[in-house]
Design a protein around this ligand. Structure first.
Ligand SMILES: Nc1ncnc2c1ncn2[C@@H]1O[C@H](COP(=O)(O)OP(=O)(O)OP(=O)(O)O)[C@@H](O)[C@H]1O
Ligand SMILES: [Mg+2]
Length: 592
């Protein structure tokens, strides 16, 4: 095993640590079960040799019948042996099956939960780059391969290897020539396996990539189903999916062709061995060098030995594919979390709201600066309105304040503390946000409102909804506050979702408020209700408000005008004529 693969394997074993004992018990039971497999043909051998050919019983059984044994007892004994061994074997299988399921499911559950927890904490830059489909695939499918590897691949591999060795040993004790002949088959088989394994690994990699590609088309399309429908693109998207899915079929076919050839060669090899043994064995029996019962055992083993060798070869290739998947899952684990461990974090002190941005620049992609040389001083209680053309960097500025991204240069301070020195979740807890497209989770209205403070009482939820002008429409819904809002809140209108989002901000009661075009997709009547609610919300809170609406801008005491990532001007307590001037500049955006 290459060093990298060994390291990955060790990592898997460490991940499985809580279940070591359970896995150990399973290995032990599996190995014990091997002796039953070996004893299986014993009944038949006794029947043939001692029942018909009057040979003495095998030594360990003869001890039970000191006075010899008649035909009737031999028959009964061999039948009882076959039944007893079968009973024991099936009991074993039952217990091993149950233990395998418990161990496998627990392994996957633990691995998946750890991964999911980790993925949520990755930086937004990572999420923007990778998309959700890829992470979903890795958590849902790739992570499950930890069970496949340990339970489905490795366990049978151990059992089969022990079985194979034990069968060879028993055969050797019966007839050395035959065992040596069988041993001769193993080296070409191993070569064949090795050659195929390398090929299969590459082919499996291609299949995984194609599968992930096909999934991402599906995810993208279902996530944007409204747009797809409105543009009538269903057939084209279906074609796009089929194209990608066809690549998966092609890849699977390549793997299948290679595997089919492999098993054809192996199958024929064993047919030749069986024929050879029968031929040589017939003469050996004829010349009294071996009994018929012994040949029966050997032929039974040859027929059975194909099983363990098949399992070993099959699992060696499956281990490749499981390891490839697990590697992809671990690659996600190795993405750094957004939390910067190098910095000493202090708890966030009671926020007063003195923000200070010094020479802040930022770029998502080093080739294109999005914000440059931003200097800004805000006092506690300031309400900053941010205006500027589309793409000027307004939302990016809010992302920096929330630490969704970090500035490429310059510093942001809150009350004199660099915001990077404050514990991340503690820092973000000081914010409530309302976005243009409010995202709701598919639970009830009450749970969505209380998202930032799940312990909030029903009275508090209702109060927040009233403040957000949402109470009335909620009460008109059939289940009121217990109405399910659907995926992403799809069952509510834009204005209703927006007011839920504002209620959510009310209940969080955070000292700093970020609003990004909260009213721009609403009709006039709803907009008035929302603006009124925002007016109540911003009271006494430090506010950053991106908007193009004059009515909303009037809630602010400072106006920041951004263009192409640079500050055009910052005006404190602007005179009405200032806003009028801006309106002339941006008739498109500053709608009245
Ligand atoms: N996640 C991202 N990755 C890369 N580039 C981005 C990302 N988000 C925004 N940009 C780019 O950064 C620039 C500023 O975008 P930003 O969203 O801050 O503009 P905005 O002022 O909020 O515009 P709008 O009024 O349209 O919302 C744009 O050129 C945009 O293409
Ligand atoms: Mg924006």
């Amino acid at each position: 095993m290459a060093t990298k693969k060994r390291a990955l394997f060790i990592r898997v074993l460490v991940q499985a640590r809580p279940y070591w004992l359970l896995l150990g018990v399973i290995v032990l039971l599996n190995v014990l079960a091997v002796s039953l497999v070996l004893l299986k043909p014993l009944g038949l051998k006794i029947l043939i040799d001692s029942g018909f050919n009057h040979a003495p019983l095998p030594g360990f059984i003869a001890g039970f019948f000191p006075g010899g044994i008649d035909f009737r007892t031999v028959v009964l004994l061999s039948v009882a042996l076959v039944m007893g061994i079968a009973l024991l074997e099936n009991c074993y299988k039952l217990v091993i099956w149950l233990l395998n399921t418990v161990a496998g499911e627990k392994l996957v559950l633990r691995f998946r939960s750890n991964l999911f927890d980790h993925v949520q904490r990755l930086s937004l830059a990572h999420h923007d780059n990778m998309g959700t489909a890829d992470a979903l695939y890795r958590i849902q499918y790739d992570a499950a391969n930890i069970k496949t590897l340990l339970i489905v691949n490795i366990m049978p591999l151990i059992t089969s290897s022990v079985t194979l060795l034990a069968m060879l040993a028993v055969m050797f004790s019966i007839n050395a020539t035959f065992s040596l002949m069988l041993l001769g088959v193993i080296p070409p088989l191993v070569l064949l396996i090795r050659k195929s394994a390398a090929k299969w690994k590459q082919q499996w990699n291609d299949v995984k990539t194609s599968e992930s590609n096909a999934m991402s088309v599906m995810n993208e399309v279902l996530g944007a189903i409204r747009i797809i429908k409105s543009f009538g693109r269903e057939s084209i998207e279906a074609e796009r999916f089929t194209d990608r899915a066809n690549e998966v079929v092609d890849g699977q076919m390549r793997v299948a062709r290679a595997s089919a050839w492999f098993y054809f060669v192996v199958g024929m090899l064993f047919a030749i061995v069986t024929a050879l043994f029968m031929y040589v064995g017939a003469y050996d029996i004829h010349n009294n060098r071996m009994t018929l019962g012994e040949l029966t055992i050997i032929l039974a083993y040859v027929a059975q030995i194909y099983g363990p060798i098949d399992v070993i070869t099959r699992n060696i290739s499956d281990i490749q594919s499981s390891l490839t998947s697990i590697k992809r899952a671990y690659a996600l684990f190795d993405e750094p979390q957004e939390f910067n461990a190098a910095v000493q974090h202090v708890p966030c002190p009671a926020v007063r709201g003195r923000f200070s941005l010094k020479n802040v620049s930022f770029a998502y992609d080093p080739a294109k600066t999005v914000l440059s040389g931003i200097n800004l001083e805000l006092q506690p209680g300031d309400r900053l309105g941010i205006i500027g053309s589309t793409g000027s960097g307004k939302s990016s500025l809010l992302s920096l304040l929330l630490r969704f991204h970090d500035p490429s240069s310059g510093t942001i301070q809150l009350d004199g503390l660099d915001i990077h020195s404050i514990g991340l979740s503690d820092y973000r807890n000081q914010f409530a946000i309302v976005l243009q497209e409010p995202l709701l989770l598919s639970t009830t209205i009450a749970q969505n409102i209380a998202y930032g403070r799940p312990e909030a009482s029903r009275e508090e939820i209702v109060k927040a909804a009233k403040n957000a002008n949402a109470h009335e429409f909620i009460m008109n819904l059939p289940a009121g506050y217990d109405t399910q809002v659907g995926e992403r809140g799809a069952k509510l209108s834009g204005g209703e979702r927006q007011r839920i989002a504002i209620a959510r901000a009310f209940i969080k009661n955070a000292p700093i408020l970020l609003l990004d075009e909260p009213t721009s997709s609403l009709d006039m009547h709803t907009e008035q209700m929302v603006i009124e609610a925002i007016g109540r919300l911003v009271e006494g809170r430090n506010t950053f408000l991106v908007t193009h609406r004059l009515d909303t801008l009037r809630l602010c005491n400072i106006i920041l005008h951004l263009e192409k990532g640079k500050i055009v001007d910052v005006i404190r307590d602007p005179a009405p004529s200032y806003l009028e001037g801006k309106k002339a500049l941006y008739t498109q955006q500053l709608q009245l």
